[in-house]
Design a protein around this ligand. Sequence first.
Ligand SMILES: [Zn+2]
Length: 297
Amino acid sequence: MRWRGNRQSSNVEDRSGSSGQSIGKVATAGGGIGALVIALIVFFVSGGNLGTVTDTLGGNIAPTAYETTNTVTKDYTEQKEFAAVVFAHLEDYWNQEFTNRNTAYQNPKLVLFSNSVNSACGQASSQVGPFYCPADQNVYLDLSFADELSTKYGATGDYAMAYVIAHEVGHHVQNELGISDQVDKIRDRVSTTEYNQYSVRLELQADYLAGCFSKYLAGRTYQGQPILEEGDLEEALTAANAIGDDTLQKEYQGYVVPDSFTHGTSQQRINWFKRGYQYGDLEHGNTFNEQNLDLAS
Ligand SMILES: [Zn+2]
């Protein structure tokens, strides 16, 4: 991605210097499918409220120990600037999309941390991966996740990280549209297995929205040069593939339990990202209305 020189978002707060203890775990968004089908139309019901749901990126990412370091390296500065640039493009894109629909949009904030962080959704450690907290509308990101993506999941390249950030902002968009709130209300009424299926749809939709953003970015230039470089989309797809529930379960427990999926299979995640990239609109992103999630493309 050609990002140097691009505008950096001012909605970035760096809390990485204040390291906390690595305890606590946020609840991941469960999901399941009941009789309810949420129509895309409800996307535009006014912004949802809080709830305790915290959406992380992947369902079953195995814990990793992180060392504390307060040294600001050149790498760290670069990663931070990169994240701020991606966040700025996301602001431009989503403000434009909401303005086109005469709907108000509130920018989220990006909170950078290391080891652990206090959010309105509770204390979270880096082990849960990047997440969005609807209660404070912040995206929480430990920049060392980029290393984890490349070393542990084989997802290298800057656009893998851009996909991750776009996915989390996708959860914010869902929150703004009231979708997260509706899914959250279902939680108490259905079994865990059923709720997991709602979670999968919420997560796949966040992937879809990341795809929409990527299509937008593919049409942008900076100083006459396209911002997306060759290989960027593949980097996103590699990341999406690596953090599919089936792939993660095979890797970490040796077998797959579909009822426990909360984020969707690798193929589903790829399909929905690609579909977002294909259409680039909200209208084709109703993961709650698809009979067969595997036939998304
Ligand atoms: Zn997510």
